[in-house]
Ligand binder design. Structure first.
Ligand SMILES: [Zn+2]
Length: 245
């Protein structure tokens, strides 16, 4: 169903509880490439995602992943959150937004000021030793990733893996994410074509109206969802103006 800006602004004004699911499309405007898109990092920089995010390959040859991780951490350090990231942080601050559920691993929601962020594919902001499970916070992890060919644990010399969900690993926080979705009366999908499961099934749990803001095709979209086929930033810039934000 097509929809105009005023209708969406009205939904936000009336909503008691809002949650969002964000995908790569929200961060491409910040300069983070879409891993799966045609101009993804693995294509431009020759990283094969099947190897980069494969846990068995990681255990055989972690240097391949850490070459990617060095580039990615440097990129994440440089980029700034987009208008849409900041808009969502403001909605939360105003008590309108319950949580951001994200498929992204770039930490840009937290950088924008969002407090409750459910990262179903993990993130580069934390890491754990594969051997002794010692936890590493971002600054320590970053220093290791940037200065060591393979990040090593200070306690046991085991390999420290950033908490990104690899292929074959369980996604994180899905129970919490589906609970949050079920409690809302307005659920946005932003910058996701809903191709990666199980996160793609979250809109089905939504208690109220679903609004999808994504440029391009969206898989298995329900006819009851409102659909905005354009990039997130120009759309939410207009919505923010209507809401006086
Ligand atoms: Zn260790």
């Amino acid at each position: 169903m097509k929809v105009d800006d005023e209708a969406v602004a009205g939904l936000i004004r009336r909503a008691g509880r809002i949650a969002v699911l964000t995908g790569a499309g929200i961060s491409t405007a910040a300069g983070i490439p879409d891993f799966r898109g045609p101009r993804g990092l693995y294509v431009t920089r020759q990283y094969d995602p099947e190897k980069t995010f494969d846990i068995d390959y990681f255990d055989r040859d972690p240097s391949y992943f850490f070459a990617f991780a060095r580039d990615f951490v440097q990129l994440v350090e440089q980029v700034q959150p987009t208008l849409t990231h900041r808009f969502l942080a403001m909605l939360e601050e105003r008590g309108k937004l319950d949580a951001v559920i994200t498929q992204n691993i770039d930490g840009l929601h937290q950088k924008a000021g969002s407090k409750r962020v459910i990262e179903v594919h993990g993130s580069v902001r934390n890491g754990h030793c594969r051997k002794c499970r010692r936890a590493y916070a971002y600054e320590e992890l970053k220093a290791k990733v940037l200065s060591q060919e393979i990040a090593r644990c200070d306690s046991c010399s085991g390999i420290v893996k950033p908490d990104i969900v690899f292929f074959g690993e369980a996604v994180q926080g899905m129970a919490e994410a589906s609970r949050v979705a079920g409690q809302t009366d307005l659920f946005f999908v932003i910058g996701s074509s809903l191709t990666v499961h199980p996160a793609a099934s979250l809109p089905e749990y939504a208690g109220g109206q679903v609004v999808v803001v994504n440029q391009g095709l969206v898989e298995s979209a329900s006819p009851e969802w409102l659909r905005i086929d354009e990039p997130a930033d120009p759309f939410f810039a207009r919505i923010a103006a209507k809401l006086g934000m």
